[in-house]
Design a protein around this ligand. Structure first.
Ligand code: ZN
Length: 193
C-alpha cells in the first residue's frame, strides 16, 4: 500500500513522458547511441543524471577493455576478453604493469585494502564456509582417506601418539572432561528453553 502511494507520488512528480525518455536514453547510453536530447537538457527537465546514478549506483559495470556497459562484472564479449589477454601479454605492457605493481605506494595501498577486506564479517564468514566445505570434501576423497589411514598405521606414528598421550594424559583428560561438561550444560540449557 505504502509502496503504491510512493509510486503514484513519483508519477505525479515526474511526468510519464520523462520516465519513458529516461529509460530510452539509459538504453541509448548502454548501446553507445546518441541521446534524444542534449544531456544538459535531459538533466534539467527530467533529472536524468539523478535517475542514472540511482539506478546504476550498485549495478553498473563497464567492460574493462572497451568501456561498454555490461550487466555483470566482466568483459562484454569473448572477443574483448581475448583482446585484453593479448594486450596484457605484450612485453612492454607486462613490464609496465610490473613496474606499477612494485611501486611502494601501490603495494601499501593494496595491502591496506586487503587487510580491511579480510576483516569484513561477510568476507570472514564466506571464507570460513569455503574452507569448511573444501575440507569436508577433501577428507572424503578415497585417496586422502587411504593416505591418512596408512599414515596413522605406521608403527612410528602409533608409538609417537602413544607417547604423546602418556605425557599429556592429565591435560587431555582435563580437556575431555571440560568438553563433556560444556556439552552437558548446553544440553540442559536447551532443555530449559
Ligand atoms: Zn568489451
Amino acid at each position: 500500500m505504502e509502496k503504491d502511494m510512493e509510486q503514484i507520488n513519483n508519477l505525479k512528480e515526474k511526468p510519464l513522458i520523462c520516465i519513458r525518455e529516461v529509460n530510452e536514453n539509459i538504453n541509448r547510453v548502454k548501446l553507445d547511441m546518441p541521446l534524444t536530447r542534449p544531456l544538459r537538457e535531459l538533466n534539467q527537465s527530467c533529472g536524468f543524471r539523478k535517475e542514472w546514478e540511482k539506478r546504476f549506483d550498485m549495478t553498473h559495470f563497464k567492460c574493462p577493455f572497451c568501456n561498454k556497459f555490461v550487466e555483470k562484472k566482466g568483459f562484454c564479449s569473448e572477443e574483448c576478453k581475448a583482446k585484453n589477454k593479448e594486450y596484457n601479454q605484450r612485453p612492454e605492457v607486462k613490464a609496465k604493469n610490473k613496474e606499477y605493481r612494485q611501486r611502494p605506494e601501490v603495494k601499501a595501498k593494496k595491502k591496506e585494502y586487503y587487510q580491511e577486506y579480510y576483516q569484513r564479517p561477510e568476507v570472514k564468514a564466506k571464507k570460513k564456509e569455503y574452507y569448511q566445505e573444501y575440507y569436508q570434501e577433501y577428507y572424503q576423497r578415497p585417496e586422502v582417506k587411504a593416505k591418512n589411514k596408512e599414515y596413522r598405521q605406521r608403527p612410528e606414528v602409533k608409538a609417537k601418539k602413544k607417547e604423546y598421550y602418556q605425557e599429556n594424559k592429565e591435560k587431555i583428560l582435563k580437556k575431555l572432561r571440560h568438553k563433556t561438561k560444556t556439552l552437558r550444560q548446553e544440553g540442559s540449557g536447551q532443555q530449559g528453553n
